[in-house]
Structures are given as C-alpha cells and as structure tokens.
Design a protein. Structure first.
Length: 224
C-alpha cells in the first residue's frame, strides 16, 4: 500500500516538474520572440518617422546672429482706441483670355489691428494757456499709430493657378500689403480718428482735473 502511495506521489512530482519545465520553455520562447521582434518594430517606427519627416518637413528658422539697431526714439503716444478688422482681398495676374492657362489668382482673408490716438510729444507749453481759471489746450490731430496684420489669423482661402503657370511668387506678398492698407482705410472710414480724439479729450479732462484744472477747453484739429 505504501509503495502505491509513494508511486502516486512520485508521479505527481514528475508531472509538476514537467509542467514547470514546459512553462519555462514557453516563457523562454516568448521572451526570445519578443527580443527578436523589438529591433524590427523599432526599425519600422524609425522608418515611419523618417518618411513622415520627408513628406512633412518642419521649417528651420536660422536668425542672423548680427543685429543692427538703426534708431532709438522715445515715444509719448496716448493710444485711445483699437479696432480689430477683417477684410477679404482678391489678388490676381494674367486673368485675360488665357487666364486658365497662364493666370494666377488668390483670395486672402486678412485679420488686422488698427490703433489710433494722440502723440503727446506734439503737445508743448505753447499749446496750453490759462485764461481766467480756464485751461485752454490745443490738441495735436489724432493719428493712426499701428495698422498691421495678425499673421496667426490671416490666411490664403483659395488659390487658382493656370495649367501652364507656376504661380506668381510675389502674389501673396502683394495681397498682404494691400490688406494692410485696406484695413487702415476701413478703420478711418468708420471714424476711428474721431473716436480717438473724443477718447483723448475724456482722458485728458480727468488728467488735468487731477492736477487742479477743473475747467478745460480743448481746441481740436481733425486727423488725416
């Protein structure tokens, strides 16, 4: 009876050893397979990255290490109003009979900023006088200080180039230059200079009142 039990125990031990051995063999094969596949996967990922960089290269910007400062000038500008303007510009060349062959046309959506105000450098002692407790101030005309494009928001909406045309390399630059001028023009036509002058009077009235001049009269000059 004891011999049978010993035989059974021995058989169980042998089975356990065989099962353990099989487990380690399978695990070893998996590890070996994974080690073999890892370099292949890494090479594949590297190849995909290189192809992506080739098809969609990232621009490299290299600024010149030498900087030239041409002018430094102190400013005393009182900015009193800001406009945000959107304008659609169409620029085209060669849009004649054979435009479909040699023409080039683009639609540019421009977003820009226009800032106006008073240049306080032009307000000197000769422009102010006190008359019976009333301060008389001759204001300089309102000016456009900044009229510029927002490059992050401005973009080419559409471009149509003729079949035999390589496109005009300066066409977008021309559109951008025209857009800046049109944005400035739109702001002026909307009355930005008048509003800049009104806001300047409101601000300076409070400013002179804080200095003790309770009554201030402004003589204004229209802006260009």
């Amino acid at each position: 009876m004891k011999e049978n039990r010993g035989s059974i125990v021995l058989s169980i031990l042998i089975l356990l050893v065989m099962a353990g051995g099989a487990f380690f063999i399978v695990k070893s094969i998996q590890d070996t397979t994974q080690q073999t596949l890892n370099p292949i996967q890494q090479a594949n990922n590297s190849l995909q990255t290189q192809v992506s960089d080739l098809l969609h290269p990232t621009p490299t910007v290299i600024p010149d290490p030498i900087t030239y400062i041409n002018e430094i000038r102190a400013l005393a500008r009182l900015e009193t109003i800001q406009y945000s303007v959107e304008k659609v510009i169409t620029a085209e060349v060669g849009q004649g009979t054979f435009g479909f062959l040699f023409g080039d046309k683009l639609i540019f959506v421009a977003h820009g900023t226009v800032i106006a105000g008073i240049d306080m450098e032009k307000l000197g002692p000769e422009n102010m006088r006190l008359d019976n407790g009333v301060l008389l101030v001759k204001l300089p005309p309102p000016e456009i200080f900044i009229a510029t494009l927002d490059n992050d928001k401005s973009y080419v909406y559409n471009r149509d180039t003729g079949i035999l045309s390589r496109g005009d390399v300066n066409l977008e630059t021309t559109a951008r230059q025209a857009a800046e001028e049109e944005i400035r023009k739109a702001a002026v036509e909307d009355g930005i200079l008048d509003l800049a002058q009104q806001n300047a009077i409101t601000y300076l009235t409070k400013f002179f009142a804080a200095l003790g001049y309770k009554n201030t009269i402004f003589e204004t000059t229209p802006g260009d």
